[in-house]
Structure formats: structure tokens, C-alpha cells
Design a binder for this molecule. Sequence first.
Ligand code: 8YV
Length: 317
Amino acid sequence: MTAKPRVIQVGNYAGSPSANERLAESYDIFPLWKADDRAAALKASGAGVEALVTSATYGCDAATMDALPDLKAICSWGVGYETIDVEAAKKRGIQVSNTPDVLTDCVADLAWGLLIAQARRIGEGERFVRAGRWGQVHGSIPLGSRVSGKKLGVVGLGRIGEAIARRGLGFDMDVRYHNRRERKDVDYGYEASLESLAKWADFLVVATVGGPETRGLISKAVLEALGPEGVIINIARGPVIDETALVEALQNGKLGGAALDVFEAEPKVPAFLRETDKAVVLPHIGSATRETRLDMENLMLDNLKAYFDTGKVVTPV
Ligand code: 8YV
């Protein structure tokens, strides 16, 4: 019997149905998250290790790559990879894979759940009923706003942005988008300026990549262009929105509402956002369905196996 290949596992896959168990079945797993001194652990156990598994949350920096002289493949669970130093990996000839496509529909569904929850005050209504405050026939919580037929702006028309836009057509919405470049293969209207998209939209959904290139993209000016009736929805990455500006705009009535699955410093959520009924807040669950998390796990394992069988991952970033 040949020995199982050794693989470094950066973090615990508690949010995946069976990733921890399946990895341990086929590989000699080194659980890096259990080490008190990571650098020392990598030094002691890193030689000869060719593959590492991680996630968008755990990432992999250049120092970790440096500590693994034989590393050839980083297989991540999740589509975002802004926490993996892809440039450093390229320079060292390390392949990086992620799990695109399999989570697109669930993340787009959640964007719509957030949008409707904010507009129709679903969370607020539920808190009202649960608190036993529903005592009258007319007049309960304040009126919400209509969703169908409104104007939907999508920031970042990639795979997930497009799935969100498509769902907007089912709600008879007028859909426009902003991207670095206009796409010739779609019929949605393009706004070259993010501020003009925000000014036009009733609901602005953020679906861009994370990382330095999009940090603070949704600025005070963009939020104020969206305006006192406008709602921002974010299923991408927290730092894409200037969170301080967001809180201020909600506090001073310059923005109507926010519906957020992601935050600047997760799991920290600013107190105002936790308390105000103007915001719907979720704990980063865009991909968190049994089916999608299993698909993500399968694709991560396929990438890892393909590396060991053929020397090439299946879905490189
Ligand atoms: C995961 C995500 O919850 O795929 C991504 O980029 O943000 C989510 O699907 C995340 O990867 C957890 O680390």
C-alpha cells in the first residue's frame, strides 16, 4: 500500500458537510489550524509537502509558501481568492484553484433574499411577531417598499452578478450594471460611472471581486448618489463598501437601507448595523446550503486529486 500524500490543511472546514472527513480519508492531513506556532509547525513538517488546502477565509500568504519549498498546488474551497497571494504563487510555479460556478445560484438567491427582506421589512416583521407585539389588525410595522418593477443596479457583472441580474427580469425590473468594461454579450444597460448607476438605481447590488482593486469602491459619494430611498445589498466582500461611510449615511438619512451578508472585519459587525431596522444583516452565508457546500467540497477535492493524478488542477484561478 502506498502512503497517502501529505497535505497541509490551513483551517477547519466546519461549514462543509464532509470535507474534513473526506480529506483525512485520502490524504495524510497536517491540520495547520491546530498548531500554536504555525511557522515552527511548517518548518518541522513542511518539507516534501506538495499540496495545501484552504478557503477564501483562511487564504495563503507568501510567507506560508516560502515555508513550503516543495509546494506545487493550493486548492481553495470558495470562489473568492483575494486572501491567497496569487502573484507570489505564480512566481514560485504553484498552481492555485478555486471553486467557481457551483455557488453562483445560491449566492444570487441570497442576494434576492436580502433585497426582499430589506424592502419588505421581513426581519423586522418577524422580530415584531416573535416579541408578541402583534396586537392590532391594521398598523403593525411601518410600510415597506415595492420590489417588482423597480430599478436594479448590479456592480460587477461577472458570473454571480449576471445570475442576480437574470433574477431581476423575473421581478419585471429594469436592470443596469457597472463593470470595468462594458459587456457586448448582454442586453442590460451599461453605466460607465458607478455614481450614475447608483443615482439611477432603487436597489444597488454589489457582486464584484474583493481585494485591493475594489476596496472602498462603494464610497460615501456612491451611497449618497443611491439616496434616501435607495438600498445597498452586498453579497461580495465587506471591504468593497466603505463601512464607516455606510453607517453615517444610514444614520443621517442620506441612504435608505442596507442588506449585508459580508462585513469589513468579519465576524465583527458595527453596533449600529446590528441595532437598526434599516439594515438586514447575515453571517456570510451566501454559499451556505447543503447542496452548494457539498459541490464546493467535491470541486476542491477534484482539484486536489487531479493535481496528484495528472500534475494539473481542474479549475485554476
Ligand atoms: C464561503 C465565499 O463562505 O466562495 C467564497 O468566496 O465567500 C463563500 O462561499 C467562503 O469561501 C468561506 O471561506
